[in-house]
Design a binder for this molecule. Structure first.
Ligand SMILES: [Cu+2]
Ligand SMILES: [Zn+2]
Length: 179
């Protein structure tokens, strides 16, 4: 027969374990911002969003109707997308005055992202954690002139300043803050 004294620590232990499980469940993702991407003729080619999960800010991108292969994609300094060239979006978001690219010893820009890979059906997706602490990054993303997400014709080499030699701008979307 098991005494009460022996079962009590067991029950206590189970209870603690249950609590630990609850605490280790990731917090709910909150939708912070959205962007609708358009190509050089103004046609819709996908969507992007920024989700906050605890201290993590994640950029989620889904594109369609683009040419297959890897494409450079970045956060640019100005939330203005004027087709066809999208030069109104400015350069890469770069509040710390670094050079371009994760493989550049003097890089990267805050706005630098891994290439988005488009498959033969013209679709591609990307999920990437944006560097830096949540509050600083939010302040940089949603400054007075906003931020745009820009997709390029070719792949980013992650090293060549100022834009990774990724070619022309083929799609653009303005990030709009939701909350
Ligand atoms: Cu770019
Ligand atoms: Zn860059």
């Amino acid at each position: 027969m098991i005494s009460k004294a022996a079962t009590a620590p067991l029950a206590c232990c189970l209870l603690l374990e249950a609590c630990a499980d609850v605490q280790s469940t990731p917090p709910m993702a909150a939708l912070l911002a959205e962007a609708s991407l358009q190509n050089s003729t103004g046609a819709p080619v996908g969507k992007a969003s920024i989700e906050q999960r605890g201290a993590e800010l994640a950029l989620v991108v889904n594109v369609k109707g683009l040419s297959p292969g890897p494409h450079g994609i970045h956060l640019h300094t100005t939330g203005k997308c004027e087709a066809p060239g999208f030069t109104t979006a400015g350069g890469h978001l770069n509040p710390t005055s670094h050079q371009h690219g994760t493989m550049n010893p003097a890089g990267p820009h805050l706005g630098d992202l891994p290439n988005i890979v488009v498959t033969s059906d013209g679709r591609g997706s990307l999920r990437h954690s944006i560097a830096g602490s949540g509050q600083d990054t939010l302040a940089n993303l949603f400054d007075a002139d906003g931020t745009a997400l820009v997709v390029h014709a070719g792949p980013d080499d992650y090293a060549t300043d100022p834009s990774g030699n990724s070619g022309g701008r083929i799609a653009c979307g303005v990030l709009t803050r939701m909350r």
